[in-house]
Design a protein around this ligand. Structure first.
Ligand code: PLP
Length: 423
């Protein structure tokens, strides 16, 4: 008899900024039989996924496909492809993931220039524009939604300026894609990387991304076909500065995602099924409707937290709708609260990193996890757990305040529906 028991993970209510709960339809998609990666039935699914990704990113770009690996692999693929050693790369940092972009750019051999904001705030349009004008970088890399601090960086105007000055603009939209509005073409973003395990509610393991012709031109200049695949094994061009990564070489990956179907890695079949089903769910719901859903649950969650007497962290003017950061009250052990929420209620919330470690909790309300049920359960459980930790919340207020938000929304929807039918 085996000493290892059957796999039986406890169902959890996951209210973190990822990974989040996955729609049962996506889990079901992952259990279907494997297809070969050049099987026409499979390549048709690849093409459909590309077409749905274009809608998700709101772009007419030819290139929109996933890289196999977590979101970080998408960030690395874009940066290692677009940064030639010695290139100046500007990274505005306002939290942990900005530091990650700078760190990856450094490893790509860039001359990295950073500007930093205190955690909890974002850059003004003027500050970003000034930095680009002053440093004239080849690449600007910035985070759209910074999960470590729960802030959202507005990007209006930055794309146009980068185009004017010849810089490529790369955006980490891992935590926002599918939950918060981001219009790739309208904002003139050259490359955008999304995440699966956040607002798309697909397991971690793929990084959907898109890039335009300006970015593709730079990749193409650095393109190197592997020996054994090229038609003739001509000597390598000595002037070529090839992309340093083989696995994350977008110039080769895009050939696998094109009709050429160049052989590269083995596609992660079950993950592609999952991503395709996750995208189908997003488009069925509608992007606008999905953004509105995230805003509604954010509103109810904030109403409940504030009614309890808790304080939110960060500048409210740039709050990210899908992540809510709470100041841990004085004298309360934040980790003990998180542990009790998990053990007693099966609810997971997050802590934070670096300067915010031990200071804030982060509640994510993303994708399939972003629901009335989860918000109400989390508020009720948090009140109970805080009482057990000696913090006196305004008792029995939190869930009521959130229910008021839902009731007001339902009434408004009903009134709108009535107005629609009255001639
Ligand atoms: C989660 C996250 C990442 C990293 O994603 P992985 O899937 O863990 O590699 C990068 N950027 C942001 C803004 C994130 O929230």
């Amino acid at each position: 008899m085996s000493m290892y028991k059957d796999l039986a993970p406890t169902p959890r209510t996951i209210m973190t900024p990822g990974p989040v709960e996955v729609d049962p339809r996506v889990l079901r998609a992952m259990s279907f039989p494997i297809l070969g990666q050049f099987d026409p039935e499979f390549t048709a699914l690849m093409n459909e996924t590309m077409s749905m990704l274009r809608q998700l990113f709101r772009t007419g770009n030819e290139w929109a496909f996933p890289v196999d690996g977590t979101s970080r692999s998408g960030l690395e693929a874009v940066l290692v492809g677009l940064i030639e050693p010695g290139d100046k790369v500007l990274v505005p940092i306002y939290g942990r993931f900005g530091h990650l972009l700078a760190e990856i750019a450094g490893r790509c051999g860039a001359e990295v220039i950073t500007i930093e904001k205190e955690w909890g705030f974002v850059f003004s349009r003027e500050e970003l524009e000034l930095a680009v004008k002053q440093h004239r970088p080849a690449v600007v890399a910035v985070v759209h939604g910074e999960t470590s601090t729960g802030r959202l960086q507005p990007l209006e105007g930055l794309g146009a300026l980068c185009h004017e000055l010849g810089a490529l603009l790369v955006v980490d939209a891992v935590a926002t894609i599918g939950g918060v509005r981001l219009d790739t073409d309208h904002l003139m973003l050259d490359a955008v990387i999304g995440g699966t395990q956040k607002c798309l509610s697909v397991p971690a393991g793929m990084a959907p991304l898109t890039y335009n012709d300006r970015a593709a031109a730079k990749l193409l200049r650095r393109k190197k076909i592997e020996r054994g695949l090229a038609a003739d094994d001509a000597d390598d061009d000595p002037l070529l500065r090839p992309i340093q990564s083989n696995y994350l070489d977008l110039s080769q990956l895009q050939d696998y995602w094109s009709p050429a179907r160049l052989n590269h890695h083995t596609e992660a079949t079950s993950m592609l099924y999952a991503l395709r089903e996750g995208l189908r769910l997003v488009l069925e719901e509608g992007l606008e409707e999905r953004f509105a859903r995230h805003l509604l649950h954010e509103k109810a969650l904030i109403a409940g937290l504030e009614a309890m007497g808790l304080l939110l962290f960060g500048d409210p003017g740039c709050k990210m709708p899908v992540v809510t950061c709470i100041m841990i009250p004085d004298g309360v052990d934040g980790e003990s609260v998180r542990a009790m929420l998990l053990e007693q209620f099966g609810i997971e919330i997050a802590s934070s990193f670096g300067p915010l470690k031990g200071k804030i909790w982060r509640i994510g309300a993303m994708g399939y996890s972003c629901s009335k049920r989860n918000v109400l359960l989390t508020l009720g459980a948090l009140e109970a757990v805080l009482l057990r930790h000696g913090f006196e919340p305004h008792r029995a207020c939190a869930v009521q305040a959130a229910m008021d938000v839902y009731a007001a929304e339902a009434a408004a929807a009903e009134a709108a529906a009535e107005a629609d039918v009255t001639p």
